[in-house]
Design a protein around this ligand. Structure first.
Ligand code: FES
Ligand code: FES
Length: 156
């Protein structure tokens, strides 16, 4: 058993200041300590993207980093992100999810893409979500959702 270590950061606008096992991954603290279950665990090997969160505004696969790496940083999960409404509506409109397991990671990844590239091509969308695996949809409806969101956000 490792000695607990203090972790101070901000999660969804709330100060987090607790002793945690230093071996815990960020996704484990987010889900099991902070209780934010919208962040999923699919693989724990960095392959599926289900654990995607934002760290200081940039998406990160939270199974690939130790929780202590979040020290002094701002973590935002799907529950705390306030800029996703248009993307979430687009996913609903295009049936961009079925079981929903991948969806929180997909939405956060789509948001980062559209922030950096408001008019992505289909190829650019597929490349952007290539680190997020979906076992249900076949991806076409997800691509359509991202395209719809892009149009909405651009006011088209
Ligand atoms: Fe992190 Fe799959 S659980 S990438
Ligand atoms: Fe089920 Fe993507 S909707 S894994």
């Amino acid at each position: 058993m490792s000695r607990p270590a203090r972790l101070r950061c901000t999660i969804n606008g709330t100060e987090f200041d607790q002793e945690v096992d230093p071996r815990l991954l960020l996704v484990e603290v987010v889900r099991d300590v902070a209780g934010l279950k919208g962040t999923r665990i699919g693989c724990l090997t960095g392959d599926c993207g289900a654990c995607t969160v934002r760290a200081d505004g940039a998406i990160v696969k939270s199974c690939l980093v130790l929780a202590l790496s979040a020290e002094d940083r701002t973590i935002t999960t799907i529950e705390g992100a306030e800029d996703l409404a248009e993307i979430q509506h687009a996913f609903v409109a295009e049936n961009g999810f079925q079981c929903g397991f991948c969806t929180t990671g997909m939405v956060l990844t789509a948001a980062e893409l559209l922030r950096d590239n408001p008019r992505p091509s289909e190829a650019e969308i597929r490349r952007a979500i290539s680190g997020n695996l979906c076992r249900c949809t076949g991806y076409d409806s997800i691509v359509a959702a991202v395209r719809r969101a892009a149009e909405t956000l651009a006011g088209a």
